[in-house]
Ligand binder design. Structure first.
Ligand code: ROI
Length: 167
């Protein structure tokens, strides 16, 4: 059994609903105990392509799946939610990125864990720190040492009202 973290992101086709649906699908995958999910955050798009703001969150659960089987399962959920991805770094209906698989370091053509971009991405680190304050990354770095005040300021945590009304 391994504790894993997944980053969720969406900026098309009612992103809040996309994330809620993805959380429900991940809950079915969680083997024992509960799935923990962070607040939802709206974030400005990273990258040069002009596109709508994203909704981002991070989820944690236990799994018995091996890393590649887990990746397949995550991609399956993306497909089921009609993943549209027009361009690399372009808008998408749903993105599920495996951030951490226990303390393992994985470097395979299809899968790099820890996720290559996570240390630079406020929309990953802030929700991750919300549910895993004391996390130490496989490289030995404490998560708290990576999260800055500016990172918090550039994200907007969605209120319960915003979660009910479609954005
Ligand atoms: N930008 C934000 N803010 N959130 C994302 O989830 C996200 N995902 C991406 C790129 C296009 C890099 N930009 C993003 O894949």
């Amino acid at each position: 059994m391994t504790l894993i973290y997944v980053a969720l992101g969406a900026n098309l086709e009612q992103p809040v609903q996309q994330l809620n649906q993805a959380v429900a699908a991940l809950e079915k995958m969680a083997d024992f105990g509960e799935l923990t999910v962070s607040s939802f955050y709206s974030s400005t798009p990273m990258g040069d392509i002009s596109q709508p703001d994203y909704i981002n969150a991070v989820a944690r659960f236990q799994t018995q799946l091996a890393p590649i089987a887990l990746l397949d399962a995550l991609q399956n959920i993306e497909q089921q939610q009609g993943r549209i991805r027009k361009a690399h770094w372009g808008p998408r209906t749903l993105d599920l990125d495996l951030l951490l698989y226990g303390q393992q370091v994985i470097d395979q053509p299809r899968l790099q864990v820890p996720h290559y971009g996570m240390k630079q991405r406020n929309f990953v680190l802030v929700p991750l720190a919300e549910i895993a304050r004391d996390l130490i990354l496989p490289c030995g770095q404490a998560l708290t040492s990576l999260v800055t005040t500016e990172m918090h300021q550039s994200l907007h945590k969605l209120s319960s009202k915003e979660l009910i009304l479609p954005l």
